[in-house]
Design a binder for this molecule. Sequence first.
Ligand code: 4NP
Length: 147
Amino acid sequence: MRQQLRVLFVCLGNICRSPLAEAIFRTIAPDMECDSAGTSDWHAGEAPSEPMQAIARAKGYTMSDIRSRQLKSEDFRRFDLIIAMDAQNVVNLEAVRPDGNGTPVKLMTDYIADNGINHVPDPYYTGDYVGAFELIEEAVQRLHADL
Ligand code: 4NP
């Protein structure tokens, strides 16, 4: 029996990697609660990046309705599992963890078969949206299978 977990995906801007993870997860696990957030507020209120949306759409996932929001301490209480895209996200997450809260924070790449990869490179800087899509899709499918 699959666990009913509330899952939060976290990246820096909440316009590329984490909203894509949210869009894929909610498609393959429509009965589970999930959301995404950025450690920064740089894009709060904005729709996901156009190139990321285009790739997601071509693969059958909709992310156009998602709006960027900043992570809050309260998210540690609202969610059962938090998945970060890179090590800096983890540092920023731990900085706002409420005292005594034990919500697990994992890396998206913990769910990738190729264990030589330890972060999802940020396509906002690398321009490699397809590479980010492929990593995140594999990881979200594996995460869902593991629940
Ligand atoms: P994300 O990508 O963390 O995958 O949403 C980024 C988007 C925007 C910026 C950085 C990363 N930015 O510097 O504005």
